[in-house]
Each structure stands twice: as C-alpha cells, then as structure tokens.
Design a protein around this ligand. Structure first.
Ligand SMILES: [Zn+2]
Length: 170
C-alpha cells in the first residue's frame, strides 16, 4: 500500500483485532475463501510486509495478532480477495506490484469495514488517516469519495461490488 508511517502518536488509538469480535472477522474472511490465523502476542507475524503488528499473508491465510490494526487485517485480506484464485496460492508477504490492485484493495477494505460491528467505513477511514496512509487528496475520505472512481470500477468489473458500490454478498 501507499507510504505509511506507523510511528504517529495517533496510530496508538486505531481499532485492533482484540477490540472487535474475532469470530465475525473470521467469518467475513471465510466468505472469500480465506483463513484467519491468530498469532500469539509478541510473536513475529508470518508474511507481514510491514512487520511489527501489521497483518501478514501467505497463500489464502491472513495472519494477525491481537494488536494488529483492523485496517491492516482488512487491507491484507483485501489483497487476497482481489486476486484471482490461481494467483492466491503463490502469495507470500507481498501480494502485488500493481497500482490498480493496490487502489482496489484500499477501496475494498473501507467497504468491508461495514461488515464488522463496531467498525464501519467512517472509523476505518479515520484509522487509516491516523496510521499514515497517504492519498493524493489528503485524506482517506476525500480519496474514497472523490478520487477512487477507477478503484470502484475495477471492483465492479470483478463482481466484488455492485453498480452502487455495495459489497456483493457471498
Ligand atoms: Zn497494500
């Protein structure tokens, strides 16, 4: 994903996996054929591109600790969701070098947040800003609302979103 800096003071206040119902997150990933593997506190997270508490991906499994931010979990899951099934099995740590897939992943993680009680897109976008995601228009919300048409269309074309930008349930 985009340049990020997780040393910001605000980053301490983002929602973490331990703040939400892990079973609901697990069910959400399972709808897309993905597993959620919980990693013990203090242990390195397998397949984590950014290291520290950021989620990791290997094959169809997303790895996360209790202190993994929800936005990070949804982002890495999103990377796998946007990939065709045949490409997922080869994923280790870094899902893509494609800008289109990266943007689609950022868009999808925001929509997916609505599926998690107590999270929702508004909170997720605020957490992304606090974490240091950087978008051309300055905030995640501005990007999502005004500058992400290509990402939305990409997801509609792949039948992950409907024409209104809503998640296609599966
Ligand atoms: Zn990414």
């Amino acid at each position: 994903m985009q340049a990020q800096n997780h040393d910001t003071a605000d980053g301490a206040h983002v929602l973490r996996l331990e703040d939400i119902d892990e079973d609901i997150a697990r069910d959400l990933l399972a709808r897309y054929g993905l597993g959620l593997q919980r990693v013990a506190a203090g242990k390195p997270i397998p397949g984590s591109f950014w290291g520290d508490e950021e989620a990791g991906i290997i094959g169809t499994t997303v790895y996360a600790r209790g202190d993994t931010p929800v936005h990070s979990l949804l982002h890495e899951a999103g990377h796998l969701i946007v990939l065709p099934a045949e490409r997922r099995t080869n994923v280790h740590t870094n899902a893509t070098d494609s800008i289109e897939e990266e943007d689609a992943t950022c868009y999808l993680q925001i929509v997916l947040a609505d599926e998690l009680p107590g999270v929702g897109r508004e909170r997720l976008m605020a957490d992304m800003d606090a974490w240091g995601y950087s978008f051309r228009l300055g905030s995640t919300r501005a990007w999502f609302g005004e500058d992400a048409e290509n990402a939305r269309r990409w997801l509609v074309e792949r039948q992950l979103l409907d024409g209104q930008g809503q998640l296609i349930h599966r």
